[in-house]
Design a protein around this ligand. Sequence first.
Ligand SMILES: [Zn+2]
Ligand SMILES: [Zn+2]
Length: 173
Amino acid sequence: MAGAGLTSADGNQELFPCEDCGRRFAADVLERHAPICRKLFNKKRKPFNSLKQRLQGTDIPTVRRAPQAKSQRVRKSNWRKQHEEFISAIRAAKLCTLAMKEGRPLPPPPAPTINPDYIQCPYCMRRFNENAASRHINFCKDQSSRRVFDAAQTAARLASRAQARAQASPPKE
Ligand SMILES: [Zn+2]
Ligand SMILES: [Zn+2]
């Protein structure tokens, strides 16, 4: 009884699929595995089914739909506002150029269309709504510090390159 009967002629053990997980096991292993697997499977299956039932309920789709519609609306109005500001900026610039050409006093600056709820970025002075501001300011801070760092690095690189060239080139005669 060394399990020799379970080994086929070519040396491979005959394997049987587990009814619950479909994995294949030798008969003696399956005997031990099957009851454990069934227990595990039943445990796993229960929360899965209840989750499925919850997903089939009406609360999740409505929760999901609401913020999407909101963000779309916000984006649209932002786009329109930005577009209007862009147009008025162009118009103001044109008036300025015309006034300068004709030697007339410059027109007064256009009325500020700044939304008081907007937060100004201290790095680029642009204004953003509350949601975008914190994200942008972090980004802008990062960008501005990186720019300074890059400039310093570029200067250092150029200096060392110039030095290397001076050393490499033969002295002038
Ligand atoms: Zn199994
Ligand atoms: Zn900024």
